[in-house]
Structures are given as C-alpha cells and as structure tokens.
Design a protein around this ligand. Structure first.
Ligand code: SF4
Ligand code: SF4
Length: 451
C-alpha cells in the first residue's frame, strides 16, 4: 500500500536530528528513579513457567521429587528459538503442572519449594573471568544460561546474536531508553552497574563482529548518561542522549532515531546492520560469561499510586507477584488495575497469582479512577492516530476493519508492522481501544493462515 508508506518517503529534516516518526509524550511518572535496587526475602514457592519467552516452550529436565541446586538447569530449549531455565535457589520440585501466567492463561510450570539453604552448583568450570575463550563459546554460554531480552519482549538473546552471513552487523545498540512511564529498573541498573552493562556490550560486539556501539539513553536520565560516559567505555562505544519521546525504546524507532536507517516492513534490525540489546540483558550476558551465572533473577520496578513500597527490586524468576507485593509493604487499598510492565505496552493482570518471568520489567497498581477509563465511541476521523503512529500505519482504518470483521484485508494495511505501542489510543478523542482491536486483528490473521 503506497499510501501507507508515504511518511517514510519524506526527506528527513536535517535540523531535527535523532527523531523517529510519530510518538507521544505521556507523563513519565518515574517516581522510583531515586530508589536504589534492593533484594527481597525469598518466596516459599517458585513458579518457573515453561513459556516465558518468545518461541517454543522449554522442555523440563527434572521430575517431581527431585532436589535441585541453585543455578541447576531444570529445563532445556524446546527449539532454536527457545531457552533454558535454571533453578533460582535450592529446593525440591513439587509439581510440573499448569500454573498461573501473566497472560491470564494457565501454562505448564515447574514448581519448586525452596529449602532455605540456597545451596549452589559449582560454576567454576562455566566461568571465563579473563575472557580467554572464543566469541562462539561465549554465545553458547549465553544460550545455555537462558538469557532473553529483559526489556519486556523476552526474545532469546543468542538468536539475536546469530545473524546470517549475508546480514553483517556494524552496530550494537545498548538500549537504556526505558521510555515507558513509571519504569526505572534500567535507569537504576545504569547508575549501579555500568561496568556489567559495558562488559556485556563488549561481548555482543565481539560475537557479531561489530566495530561500533551506542549506549542510548533518554534526556530524562542525565545522571545515568553521566555515569555511563565516565565508565570505562570499550573502543568504538559512544553514549548518546536522545530527546524524550515514547516509544523511542522500541527497536525500530530507536534505530531510526540513532542512525536514520529504517527497518523494512516485516524486517528485523539485522536487516539494517544493527542488533539492539536492553541494558539488563547485557549485564546478564556479562554475568553468564565471566561468572558462569545463568539468568535466575532480574530487576523490576514496583510503582503506581497504590504500592506502599514503590521501588526497584532484584527478584528471583518464578516469585509470585503476590509475594513481591507483600514483601514491599502491600497495597494502600484495593487495586482496580494491575499491570505487568509499563502502562503503555504492559499486560493487564487479573490478579497477583502469576509469577515474575524473565520479561517482567515492572508491576504497577492503580486504585479506582486513577487511570483513564476508555469509554469507546465511534471514530470521528480526526487523524490524530495517524500522525502519532511510529509505524506509519492507519490505526483508525485497522480498528474499523477489525470492528467490521474485514480480517482478510488487514495484511494489506500492514497490521503486522504494528508494535502495539498504544500511541494511537493515547491521543484518540473517541477513546478507541486500538491496541485491543489490533491484537484481535493479528490473532484473526494467524487463525486465517491456519497457525
Ligand atoms: S484518533 Fe480516534 S477518532 Fe481520531 S481518527 Fe484515530 S481512531 Fe478516529
Ligand atoms: S499501537 Fe500500532 S497502530 Fe497504534 S500507534 Fe502504535 S504502532 Fe501505530
């Protein structure tokens, strides 16, 4: 559809540097940015979902009744695009059964009852503290350590680091943009662990053979930019501060803002020579390669008006969200809205039964009337959604097509390019719930294709 791509053909205005198309300015509400990362008391039960990443479910490698040690592999990848799982502490496998999942579905999980000893596997053989091994070996370690994108997408990291030979990579982007309102976990990680992030960035550059890298940070985190700039930057690495604009942290938009390169429709960042890795993912890569530590924990933000203990916490994967809330002081009152992730792209949660997964960047809790309630009306064709769409789509048309069940035409209007950023719904004066329409449309397309 030529008409849909017209915005991409416009010449870039050379006076407006570092800009992607569209975008919005939600109030960033980053109230927890001064809260240093702290730990939590362990939970009495861990729920290790076999589907907490993009790709095939992991395959259990333990049986009910087995005793497991901290860092022990408990599930192997179910395919190339899949990942391994490891025990976050020592304990006993109590069940392998359908369990609550942030998606709202029941998904098979390995349930571990910790024994309180936190007895760990000896990682000496797995560690490469002096980086004496080869980049190929580091990539295998990253795969075996179960590392996925920690910005929320949870795409297996070793897959991103395996571009085909005909797609050379010349740049790695360390994504410290964290453009979602409320979330500050990446901000704190940059302040507290810059060397771990840069260690992972060096590994990524060596693995794909990139000579350049950029640490991308939005201008609302000047302290993080200063810390990163003063750190021991590997050769070829620069720190770039970008103007604040949502959804700048999305891969395609970030690449466009940094380089002017446009990832083609249906394409990937590697199509334009770039690999983007979240700063938390880079820190996890560094720990895996240098210390042999697999991914068994992550940093997440607790925020919103309701939590008594808003802040940034290092939490074991599999910890029930109810335990996280309880350990951080509980809620001030009944929650009307619970969100897994940020308010723009996060998932609404039905309750707190589901666990922290590798992609859990935050948990937000709002009381009645504290979030805008959409009272959807007919589209008035104002065009606001078109002007903010970073993917150059016609959101109002996509919404209407889904509403009137014209599913077979959705592909022609590039619905699969939608990154579900919510910018269109954010500006819509008719409160149209566009993201819900678009998710439904994508699901109908998959159903039509028999997948
Ligand atoms: S912003 Fe809302 S009302 Fe305006 S064109 Fe888009 S869908 Fe219609
Ligand atoms: S949710 Fe999709 S259609 Fe709406 S603005 Fe974002 S990319 Fe465009």
């Amino acid at each position: 559809m030529e008409v849909l791509r017209v915005h991409q053909k416009q010449e870039r205005d050379p006076t407006v540097a570092n800009r992607f198309r569209g975008g919005v300015h939600p109030d960033d509400s980053k109230h927890t940015s001064k809260q240093a990362i702290s730990g939590l008391q362990p939970a009495e039960r861990l729920i290790l979902s076999l589907s907490q990443h993009i790709g095939a479910p992991s395959r259990p490698e333990v049986s009910v009744g087995d005793r497991v040690l901290k860092y022990q592999p408990i599930a192997s990848p179910g395919g190339f695009v899949s990942m391994a799982l490891h025990a976050p502490t020592s304990g006993t496998v109590k069940a392998i059964e359908p369990a609550p999942h942030p998606s709202g579905r029941l998904v098979t999980a390995i349930i571990i009852e910790p024994d309180g000893l936190d007895e760990a596997l000896d990682l000496t053989d797995k560690a490469d503290p002096g980086l004496a091994r080869s980049p190929e070996n580091w990539k295998e370690t990253i795969r075996d350590s179960g590392i996925v994108g920690m910005g929320g997408a949870a795409f297996p990291t070793h897959v991103k680091l395996s571009p085909p030979e005909d797609k050379p990579i010349d740049m790695i982007v360390a994504n410290g943009v964290e453009c979602e309102p409320y979330l500050t976990a990446d901000h704190r990680l940059m302040l507290e662990s810059p060397d771990e992030i840069l260690g992972g960035l060096f590994l990524a550059m060596e693995i794909v053979g990139a000579k350049k890298a950029v640490v991308a940070i939005e201008a609302n985190k000047p302290d993080a930019a200063e810390v990163m700039r003063k750190a021991d930057l590997p050769e070829g690495v620069t720190v770039k501060v970008l103007p604040v604009m949502y959804p700048q942290g999305a891969e395609k938009q970030l690449i466009q803002a940094l380089t002017g390169r446009e990832v083609p429709t249906g394409g990937l960042p590697m199509d334009v020579g770039v690999v983007v890795q979240n700063v938390g993912t880079l820190a996890a890569m560094n720990q895996a390669v240098k210390e042999g530590r697999p991914m068994v924990e992550r940093v997440m933000t607790i925020s919103g008006p309701l939590p008594n203990g808003p802040g940034n916490y290092r939490v074991s994967i599999g910890t029930p969200l109810s335990h996280v809330v309880e350990q951080t002081g509980g809620l001030k009152g009944p929650a009307a809205r619970l969100i897994n992730g940020g308010p723009m792209m996060g998932q609404a949660l039905a309750g707190l039964d589901s666990p922290v997964t590798k992609g859990t960047s935050g948990l937000l809790a709002f009381g009645p009337g504290e979030l805008r309630t959409l009272r959807q009306r007919a589209c008035i064709r104002c065009g606001s959604c078109i002007s903010v769409c970073p993917a150059s789509l016609l959101p109002h048309t996509l919404g209407s097509m889904v509403e009137f069940q014209l599913f077979d035409q959705l592909r022609e209007f590039n619905i699969t390019d939608c990154i579900e950023c919510g910018s269109c719904a954010f500006v819509c004066p008719a409160d149209r719930n566009m993201v819900q329409f678009i998710r439904q449309g994508k699901a109908e397309l998959l159903a039509l294709a028999g997948k």
